[in-house]
Structures are given as C-alpha cells and as structure tokens.
Design a protein around this ligand. Structure first.
Ligand code: ADP
Ligand code: MG
Length: 261
C-alpha cells in the first residue's frame, strides 16, 4: 500500500522539485517502487526526468477525467520510478476543476486505484495555495516541507500551516508533517547556521526536522538541463550524497529501511 507524500511550500525556489526528483530517484535505487506526480503547471519535475511534456499525456487530463492514471503515467530511465507528467495546460485547471463540487478530492480519487502498484507516491506541488495544492494535500498521507536556508526562510510559514489546518478541519483530511527539510544549506556561513537554529526554534519539538540537510550544490542545479536526476547525473557529488542520505532517513522513519541497503 503506497504512502503518499506531498512536497509542499508555497514559496518558489526552495527546492521542492529538486527534492521530489532526487528523493524519488534515490528511493527507486534503493529498490522501492515510486511514482512522482508533477502537480506544477511549470512541469519542472517532468523536464528534470527527461520526459517530454505533451498535452495528450498529463496530470491535467487525468484530473479532468479524459485519461486514466495508467494511460498517462510514463516510466523514467530509472527502474521502478514512474512519473505522471505535467503540462502548462494544468494552469487552466484551477478554473476547470472548481466547477466540480468535489474538487478537493479529485486527485485523491485518481490516485486511490494505484496504491497497490507503488511503495511511495511523491507529489511535486506548485508554489501557491490554490486548488492544485489543496488537491495535493487531500491526497497526501503526510507532507515534507523544504525550507531554504535564507533570511526569509520562515516567512509565509504561518499561512502554510493555516492552510494545512483548514484542510484538516474542513475537509477532514489531516496530512501531518513527516519532516521539515533544510535546503540550499551552507553550514560554513553564519546565515546558514542562524536560519537552521531559527527553524528549530520555530517548530520546537512539535515537528520532525530531518537530520539530513541539503547543501547548495551546482550539480543539483545543472542536472535538470540534462534530463536526469542529479543522483544519476553525478553519482559522486555532495548533492547526490545528501539525497541518498535523505532517502535512507526517510525510509527509517517509515520503518522501511532494509538492513543490507
Ligand atoms: P521549487 O520547486 O521549490 O520552486 P526548485 O527545486 O525548482 O524549487 O529549485 C529552484 C532552483 O534552485 C532551481 O534552479 C534548482 O535547480 C536550484 N536548486 C534547488 N536546490 C538546489 C541546491 N541544493 N543546490 C543548488 N541549486 C539548487
Ligand atoms: Mg517546483
């Protein structure tokens, strides 16, 4: 039975897509069956996997009922890792889907039929708190919140937590935080260390903060232009090392890390 995790933060550029792509790839290389659903009309995750964007075959058509998940999902070059591609047409979904009274549940209903096929489903969520994000929250069992280690790191966090609480109370669909992930982190700078400390203070002991942090690493930024997750584009770089560590920490939280891996 798949566990569904949304990679969530309404801030752009905090590493959601990079995390969805590389964490899923690392999990697949550890032998897990993983699906990434690209919920962002920008389709950056789709591109990062080297998958062609096309209107015929996309999450948009699944959400509007024109295609089944099975028809739209495509394999990536990593065995065990599939992607449901996005397309810019998804930007029209906000209007289209809101005509359906059950709009918050459309994605959840589409994913339900797939739960036996995967161990993990990761949702790469757009940088907004709109209908696509609500659908992603309702579908998710839990969320990972990447936070960029910069001065404004926690700005907007209260709005995000409010949105999560609303989905929980109004739609009866709780998605607890699986972990907070510090991204673009440089432990050598004072700013990096200050932000890390602020994040710890903000969440206190209430939420889990991943022990693994993701460093700023140029290979992580380069890899998408080669259509490959960084962890196969450059197996040795520190970005790859961090996402491999994150995958192991992630699996240990789910009690899913086998001893020999
Ligand atoms: P989001 O999906 O939250 O908007 P992205 O994952 O697309 O964020 O990251 C924003 C930009 O920063 C992209 O160009 C990406 O390649 C780059 N980036 C993300 N994480 C890192 C990192 N750890 N080191 C260097 N560049 C990164
Ligand atoms: Mg993104």
């Amino acid at each position: 039975m798949a566990e569904i995790i949304s990679i969530l933060n309404q801030k752009g550029g905090c590493g959601k897509t990079t995390t969805a792509v590389n964490l899923s790839a690392a999990l697949a290389l550890l032998g897990k069956k993983v699906l990434v659903i690209d919920m962002d009309p920008q389709a950056n995750a789709t591109t990062a996997f080297g998958v062609q964007k096309n209107e015929e075959n996309s999450v948009y058509r699944v959400l509007t009922g024109e295609q089944t998940m099975d028809q739209a999902i495509v394999p990536t070059e990593i065995s065990g890792l599939d992607v449901l591609p996005s397309h810019i047409s998804l930007s029209g979904a906000e209007v289209e889907l809101s005509k359906d009274i059950g709009f918050p549940f459309i994605l959840k209903e589409s994913v339900d039929g797939l739960l036996d096929d995967y161990d993990y489903v990761l949702l790469d969520v757009p940088p907004s708190l709109g209908i696509l994000t609500i659908n992603s929250l309702v579908a998710a069992d839990s969320v990972i919140i990447p936070i960029q280690a910069e001065f404004y790191a926690l700005e907007g966090m209260a709005d995000l937590l409010d949105a999560m609480n609303l989905v929980e109370s109004r739609l009866k669909s709780p998605s607890p935080i699986k972990g907070i992930l510090i991204t673009l982190y440089d432990s050598r700078t004072r700013l990096g260390r200050d932000v890390y400390r602020n994040v710890k203070q903000y969440f206190g002991d209430r939420e889990y903060i991943f022990k693994t942090t993701i460093p700023r690493n140029v290979k992580l930024a380069e890899a998408p232009s080669h259509g490959k997750p960084c962890i196969i584009y450059d197996e040795e770089c520190i970005g790859t090392e961090a996402y491999n560590d994150l995958a192991k920490e992630f699996l240990s939280l789910s009690n899913d890390l086998e001893d020999n891996k």
